[in-house]
Ligand binder design. Structure first.
Ligand code: ADE
Length: 351
């Protein structure tokens, strides 16, 4: 579309005076851009800031990331979710350490081949850190471009995303490629926002925006709704003995792979059934209390959880796969996913 060329100067000019000051923008090294972009795929800017600072402080280089112990890495990511993203980052860091001495190569195609890096992230790193004129089209950018061009194409379709990328590639300025990508992202994040509240009066593109001209900005972008999630009932147990609580390590594959969890069972159980289960484990329950229900939403599954706190006598022997830890260890060492948050909260207070 002809008009896209016309957005370049006004949006860059707007970016110069409106861009937020963000930690990864102050020093856009390839590693910092990479870490920030992966974090920002799942979490809002304000929430990312402290995670970003902590991560970079503890693992300041690609080499340090490559060498980080798994539990430490999971702990640094705790609360961000989608743990496979940080596992993939570590795999990529290992490749970069082995092949490039721990540096990111200034090569879009090579960056794109790294584990966990798709065309958006590769474009963001290439353009922001190296000035390579490649597009970085995320959800923010798709929204801005759908509105500016009044496009009713379904942005969930890969072919539509590709076509938007090609259109950006055709106009991306060679001298300020990173700023141009970030200006589109920034406009989508703070002006051309979703959920019925775009601030068109503040928009540097309002005279060029076809959706605004026709008053249809709220209808766009078009998205097919995601598939319905599968609902799974679970019963979560807080097993407390004296000053310790039981944890398990999850299998190395699948949902929440390799993280730690509170013992839990698929399905819903009455307190008598739970007491029987605890005895079958070889433990001696003293009392049981039911806890409030909780829900956790993953991308494809929803857990609907019931919970019980069970006070037990100090075990002579830990049941297979279970181990008991003290509060300080829980907080400092073991990464327990947010899915269990309603119950770990409880057990923090009871220690
Ligand atoms: N969201 C995704 N990437 C971003 C960036 N570089 N700056 C601000 N918000 C973003």
């Amino acid at each position: 579309m002809e008009a896209l060329k016309e957005i370049v100067n006004p949006i860059l000019k707007w970016y110069d005076s409106h861009a937020r000051v963000l930690p990864w923008r102050e020093d856009p090294s390839p590693y910092r851009v990479w870490v920030s972009e992966i974090m920002l795929q799942q979490t809002r800017v304000e929430a990312v800031k402290p995670y970003f600072e902590r991560f970079i402080k503890e693992l300041p280089t690609i080499r340090a990331l490559a060498e980080a112990p798994e539990d430490r890495l999971m702990k640094l990511w705790e609360g961000l979710g989608y743990y496979n993203r940080v596992r993939n980052m570590q795999k990529a860091a290992i490749e970069l350490t082995e092949e490039y001495g721990g540096e990111m190569p200034a090569d879009f195609e090579r960056i794109l081949k790294l584990p966990g890096i798709g065309s958006y992230t590769a474009g963001a790193i290439a353009s922001i850190a190296f000035g390579i004129p490649r597009p970085a089209v995320d959800g923010n950018v798709l929204r801005v471009l759908s509105r500016v061009q009044k496009s009713y194409e379904d942005i969930m379709k890969q072919s539509v995303r590709k076509s938007f990328e090609e259109q950006v590639r055709a106009v991306i300025p060679k001298v300020r490629a990173g700023d141009f990508n970030q200006s589109l992202i920034e406009l989508g994040a703070i002006v051309c926002v979703p959920n019925g509240a775009p601030k068109c009066e503040e928009c540097p593109l309002k005279e060029l925006c076809r959706a605004h001209a026709d008053g249809v900005e709220l209808e766009l972008p078009k998205k097919t709704p995601p598939k319905k999630r599968r609902v799974e009932d679970r019963t979560v147990l807080v097993l407390l003995s004296d000053n310790k609580a039981a944890l398990k390590k999850r299998p190395s594959k699948g949902l929440l792979a390799g993280l730690y969890e509170l013992p839990n069972l698929e399905g819903r159980y009455e307190s008598q059934e739970i007491l029987n289960y605890v005895k079958e484990l070889g433990l001696s329950p003293i009392r049981i209390q039911s806890l409030p229900e909780a829900k956790h939403i993953f991308s494809h599954i929803e857990w609907h959880m019931a919970g019980y706190a069970v006070k037990i006598e100090e075990p002579d022997k830990e049941p297979e796969g279970f181990f008991f830890v003290e509060k300080a260890q829980m907080e400092d060492i073991y990464s327990i996913p947010a899915a269990f948050g309603a119950y770990t909260e409880y057990f923090k207070h009871r220690f």
